[in-house]
Design a protein around this ligand. Structure first.
Ligand SMILES: *Cc1c(COP(=O)(O)O)cnc(C)c1O
Length: 339
C-alpha cells in the first residue's frame, strides 16, 4: 500500500513523464550561463510573469535570501509578517548573511499586513535607525490567498513610501488557480517574486526568482557567493519546465481534495476543523491524543507532521489521489470512533 504523505507538498516525487523530460534535457555549465534548459526555464517564467529576467536557484529559501540581499544593503531593514516563511522559517538568513534587519509585523488572520501597521513601522531617515527599504509579502500564506485589492493597495503604498515590494510566491500558482486571477496579474504588482517549483508543482528541486535585469544581475552574484552557482542544472530545470506545462491547472484537484477532506473531518467528533485554504487543511485534535493519532495513521501508511506547527496541517498534492483521501478519512473515523 502506498504512503499518503500529508506533511507537505514538498514530498512529491517526479512523475515518469517528468523523469523522461529530465533524462532528455540538454545541459551546459550554468555558471557560464550556458545551460540551454536553465536559460529556457528562466526565460519562460520571466515572460509568463512579465519580468525582464529570472534566476533558477536550488531552494525557495535561497531565492528569498537573494531577493532580500539584492534589494537591501548592510544596515537596511525589511518589513515582513511575523509568521512569514522568510522571517520565521529561513534561519534568519537575511540578518545572518545579509546584515539586513527584519522588522516583523503582526499579520491579520487572512495573512495581510495591515498597511497602517506597516506605515507605523517605517523608520525616519536618521542615523539612529536602520533604513527601511523593502516590504515582503507571502501569497499563499498558510494556504490563504491574499485578496487582490489588498495586493494592489500594498503596491500603491510601497510606491508612495519609496519601498521595494517582494513576494514570497512559493505557492503563487495555487493562489492564481484558486482565485482565477492570473499569476502574471498578481506578480506584476511586485518588484520581485520567488516561485517554488518543488511544492505543489511537483518538481524535485528548485525555485525561480523573477525581477528587473539589474536586480537579477545582483541576485546572480549573491547566488554564487551563497554557493548556489550550479553547473549542469538543466536536468532540474527540465523538471521545472515540465511542471509548468503539466502541473499548474491540476492544482485545482489538490484544492478540491483538501475541501473534501475538510468536509469529512468536520463531521468527526474529536476533530476541530479550523479551516481549509487552497491545498491545506488545519485541524485541532486534543493534544493528549496527538501521538496516538500519529501512530494510528502511521500504521495505516499515512504520514502527518506533528509538533512543527501549533495546529495539525494536512497538505494535499500531486501524490495524493481520491483513494488516498478516502483512506485518510477512514483512518480518522476509525481512530476517533474508538474515543
Ligand atoms: C517552502 C517555502 C519556501 C522555501 O522553501 P525551500 O524549502 O527553501 O525551498 C519559502 N516560502 C514559503 C511560503 C514556503 O512554503
Amino acid at each position: 500500500m502506498n504512503v499518503v504523505d500529508l506533511r507537505s507538498d514538498t514530498v512529491t516525487r517526479p512523475t515518469p513523464a517528468m523523469r523522461t523530460a529530465m533524462l532528455d534535457a540538454e545541459v551546459g555549465d550554468d555558471v557560464y550561463g550556458e545551460d540551454p534548459t536553465v536559460n529556457a526555464l528562466q526565460k519562460r517564467l520571466a515572460d509568463e510573469l512579465g519580468f525582464e529576467d529570472a534566476l533558477f536557484v536550488p531552494s525557495g529559501t535561497q531565492s528569498n535570501l537573494l531577493a532580500l540581499m539584492s534589494h537591501c544593503e548592510r544596515g537596511d531593514e525589511y518589513l515582513v509578517g511575523m509568521d512569514a516563511h522568510t522571517y520565521k522559517f529561513e534561519g534568519g538568513g537575511a540578518a545572518v548573511l545579509g546584515s539586513i534587519q527584519p522588522q516583523p509585523i503582526v499579520q491579520d488572520e487572512d495573512g495581510t499586513l495591515p498597511l497602517p501597521r506597516v506605515a507605523a513601522a517605517i523608520k525616519p531617515v536618521d542615523p539612529h535607525f536602520a533604513r527601511t527599504k523593502l516590504l515582503a509579502l507571502e501569497n499563499t500564506w498558510h494556504g490563504r490567498v491574499l485578496p487582490l485589492d489588498y495586493l494592489g493597495a500594498a503596491h500603491d503604498f510601497a510606491r508612495e513610501r519609496g519601498l521595494a515590494l517582494h513576494l514570497d510566491g512559493a505557492r503563487l500558482y495555487n493562489a492564481a488557480v484558486a482565485s482565477g486571477v492570473s499569476a502574471r496579474a498578481i506578480a506584476q504588482l511586485f518588484d520581485s517574486v520567488s516561485i517554488c517549483l518543488s511544492k505543489g508543482l511537483g518538481a524535485p528541486v528548485g525555485s525561480v526568482l523573477v525581477g528587473s535585469a539589474p536586480l537579477i544581475e545582483k541576485a546572480r552574484r549573491w547566488r554564487k557567493v551563497a554557493g548556489g552557482g550550479w553547473r549542469q542544472a538543466g536536468m532540474l530545470a527540465a523538471a521545472g519546465l515540465h511542471a509548468l506545462d503539466h502541473h499548474v491547472a491540476r492544482l485545482a484537484d489538490d484544492h478540491r481534495r483538501a475541501a473534501y477532506l475538510a468536509g469529512c473531518l468536520r463531521e468527526i467528533a474529536g476533530v476541530d476543523l479550523l479551516g481549509q485554504h487552497t491545498n491545506m487543511v488545519f485541524v485541532d485534535v486534543p493534544t493528549a491524543r496527538l501521538r496516538a493519532l500519529d501512530a494510528h495513521l502511521r500504521a495505516a501508511n499515512i504520514r502527518i507532521s506533528i509538533g512543527y506547527l501549533p495546529t495539525l496541517r494536512l497538505v494535499t498534492h500531486l501524490d495524493v489521489d481520491d483513494a488516498g483521501i478516502e483512506r485518510v478519512v477512514g483512518a480518522f473515523r476509525a481512530f476517533f470512533g474508538k474515543a
